[in-house]
Write a protein that binds this ligand. Structure first.
Ligand code: PMP
Ligand code: GLN
Length: 381
């Protein structure tokens, strides 16, 4: 037919945000902060816009931002990155993911994915003509078995997509888990597309460890970051990919026909942000951890079973104590309409064997908003 793109469906984040708007619900579904972002970063954007940075920047991104991305990788992870050959700026991590998948996958290739997974991966992989293979992570601790991992790899495996920290499960991958994955990548001569947009949102003293920093992985990984998450500016859509030249080149070929460039005023501002003091990055994690604790305590007091959240913007809750036979999607709908609080059903992050008893709440909101959501839930339940 002439409407093949309808097979994409509408993303759950848009569906729940519109439903939340319609019912004036507190929106703890789609993940976005409600603060203003760091004032010094926003001021830089305003300054560059006022100075007239209005035309196409270079396809690979402004040198200032590419240098800042390379310096950030050295500072936080000890990675040596050549900004001229190994960094590309994209319009958000979403575009970085699409460019990596379209750039690296040929029809008939296979891609290994852990589920739960972020909802943009599979539609792009299928559109590239490739075949997704799934490795289940099992709640509540979201671990995988070596057998399941080995079963997903085969002679046609081209790449693995790894989301670390993991949305929606709020899992931070351990060094041991990453080592098991690294071993598989080497054995199958595959590469990893690492979606690390939540790299600075890890809690309780944890450190984010990029797969790229493991022995043998420097030439086998593409690392994706996003200013949306690192600076609480999700509407800016500034992302970046770091990879060895042989991997980045095909990705840049895809990027030139997806967006080609990203607004230069925003690129300059993000370059400034990435060079910010340690206190900024530590403060961001500490503040989000505090909000995680505030919302988690409120949800537990309502009777939800609250799962641990090691990182990201999200906490997942077990609805079984409250939902009876209702599944996660029906419960989220009813909670939005009746209680005026929106969340995301975790089944939306699965292609195979979804759990039906978990919903995802976003905690990167002001205290008053979190408290209002909990008050509404208490009144409803
Ligand atoms: N990957 C993951 C795991 C996400 O949660 C998101 C959305 N926040 C993205 C990618 C997209 O990031 P961006 O807004 O930079 O496109
Ligand atoms: N990443 C955000 C989330 O998981 C939403 C991004 C989007 O709306 N596509 O909630």
């Amino acid at each position: 037919g002439n409407s093949v793109l309808s097979s994409y469906g509408t993303t759950i984040f848009e569906v729940m945000s519109r439903l939340a708007e319609e019912h004036r619900a507190v929106n703890l579904g789609q993940g976005f902060p409600d603060g203003g972002g760091p004032p010094e970063v926003v001021a830089e954007a305003q300054r560059y816009l006022a100075e007239g940075w209005n035309q196409y920047p270079p396809m690979m991104g402004l040198p200032a931002l590419r240098q800042a991305v390379a310096a950030h990788a050295a500072r936080f992870y000890g990675l040596e990155v050549d900004w001229r050959q190994e960094v590309m700026v994209t319009s958000g991590a979403t575009e970085a993911l699409a460019a990596c998948l379209f750039g690296l996958l040929e029809p008939g290739d296979e891609a290994v994915l852990f589920e739960p997974l972020y909802d943009s991966y599979v539609p792009i992989i299928r559109r590239a003509g490739a075949v997704p293979r799934f490795v289940p992570l099992r709640a509540p601790d979201w671990t995988f078995s070596r057998e399941d991992l080995a079963a997903a790899f085969g002679p046609r495996t081209k790449l693995v997509v790894l989301n670390n920290p993991l949305n929606p499960a709020a899992k931070v991958w351990s060094a041991e888990e990453l080592a098991v994955l690294a071993e598989m990548l080497v054995a199958h001569d595959a590469v990893a597309v690492c979606d690390e947009v939540y790299e600075h949102l890890v809690f309780d003293g944890r450190r984010h460890l990029p797969l790229m920093a493991l022995p043998g992985m420097r030439e086998r990984t593409l690392r994706i970051g996003s200013a949306g998450k690192t600076f609480s500016l999700t509407g800016w859509k500034v992302g970046y990919v770091t990879a060895a030249p042989a991997l980045l080149q095909p990705v840049a070929k895809a990027h030139q026909f997806l967006t080609f460039t990203t607004p230069p005023d925003l690129q300059h501002a993000v370059a400034c942000g990435l060079g910010g003091p340690d206190t900024y990055f530590d403060g961001l994690a500490a503040e989000m951890q505090r909000r995680r604790d505030r919302l988690s305590a409120g949800l537990a007091a309502c009777g939800f079973g609250v799962l641990p959240a090691q990182g990201t913007y999200f906490v997942t809750a077990d609805i079984r104590p409250l939902a009876g036979d209702e599944d996660d999607a029906a419960f989220c709908r009813r909670m939005t309409v009746e209680a005026g609080v929106a969340a995301i059903p975790v089944s939306a992050f699965f292609e195979q064997a979804p759990p039906r008893h978990l919903i995802r709440f976003c905690f990167c909101k002001r205290d008053a908003v979190l408290d209002e959501a909990v008050a509404r839930l208490r009144g409803w339940l």
